[in-house]
Design a protein around this ligand. Structure first.
Ligand code: SAM
Length: 295
């Protein structure tokens, strides 16, 4: 496997809000490269981590990295919406903290699954490759109306209807197979004056929308966070790192409405300038946390 490193985002801040140095059982609901898990394990010699990821390749890499920690870490290939089943298998009823570091990892962006507009790859976008639905099916098979709805809802893309209409026109001639084909359709639809000369590719919003739909990301968040909350012990915490405004709004509302929880900070915690310089991918990260104050 190619050596790729995923720098864990808001690492010190996450450890602090999780109170990882106090010792206990934690869940890392999004194991990825294992950076947060490893830091939690290092924070206290008695910490245990139950880690989940839906991507088997991520799990393989992280397992290697976490070998030295032996049975202080257990790893599950699952969706975090299945956290109740995972904890049942572990025989764990209460945990001190749960971390969600949402979205895709560097492994996804640097890999070959069509997550980025910048590389020509097949339209896939599945985090879990054992899942059936791919971005290619979404782009080539959904109705124009459904495509427009998805691009607008999950990408907040003003040109969603025009993009959907152009996709449907093109796919009648020939199926849309690659990221570059999709990206160039979006480029043609969005007036050039709105994106020419800017760093952000005009198709980023459309790609985000399709990725969220393929991976049922919002359904996962809506189910997973409240389920995880049920297992947090009094004084324990939920910590969630988001990477775009839609995700952040969703998480903010879920945390606000959790029975028995109160926010740890009024405003979300954001990366320091130093972190953003070192890791530009962290620039839009926001950490929100809530503590169980009533059983
Ligand atoms: C941003 S990365 C996590 C990086 C990790 N914290 C680290 O330090 O390396 C997000 C990971 O969560 C996984 N993931 C995203 N949504 C998931 C879900 N609903 N259930 C399980 N894993 C999920 C992805 O496959 C990805 O590996």
């Amino acid at each position: 496997m190619e050596e790729i490193y995923h720098p864990p985002v808001l690492l010190k801040e996450s450890l602090k809000v999780l109170k990882a140095e106090e010792g206990g059982v934690f869940v890392d609901a999004t194991l990825g490269g294992g950076g947060h898990t490893e830091a939690i394990l290092k924070a206290h010699p008695e910490n245990r981590v139950i880690a989940i990821d839906r991507d088997e390749e991520a799990i393989e890499r992280a397992m290697e990295r976490l070998k030295p920690y032996g049975d202080r870490v257990s790893i599950y290939h699952a969706n975090f919406s299945q956290i109740d089943r995972v904890l049942q298998m572990e025989g764990v009823e209460r945990v001190k903290g749960v971390l969600f570091d949402l979205g895709v990892s560097h492994f996804h962006l640097r890999g070959e699954r069509g997550f980025t507009v910048w590389k020509e790859q097949p339209l896939d976008m599945r985090m879990d490759r054992s899942q059936k639905l791919t971005a290619k099916e979404v782009v080539n098979e959904l109705s124009e109306r459904e495509l427009a709805r998805i691009i607008f809802r999950y990408g907040e893309e003003k040109f969603a209807r025009k993009i959907a209409s152009e996709i449907v026109k093109r796919r009648k001639r020939k199926p849309i197979e690659t990221t570059t084909e999709l990206a160039s359709i979006v480029e043609e639809v969005i007036p050039k004056k709105l994106w020419a000369g800017r760093k952000k590719h005009p198709a980023v919003k459309t790609f985000q929308a399709i990725r969220i739909y393929v991976n049922r990301e919002f359904e996962e968040i809506e189910t997973g966070i409240p389920k995880a909350a049920e297992f947090v012990e009094p004084g324990g915490r939920l910590a969630v790192i988001t990477f775009h405004s839609l995700e952040d709004r969703l998480v903010k509302n879920i945390l606000r409405n959790l029975e028995g929880f109160t926010p740890v900070t009024k405003k979300p915690i954001v990366p320091t300038e130093e972190e953003v310089v070192e890791n530009p991918a962290a620039r839009s990260a926001k950490l929100r946390a809530a503590e169980r104050v009533r059983p």
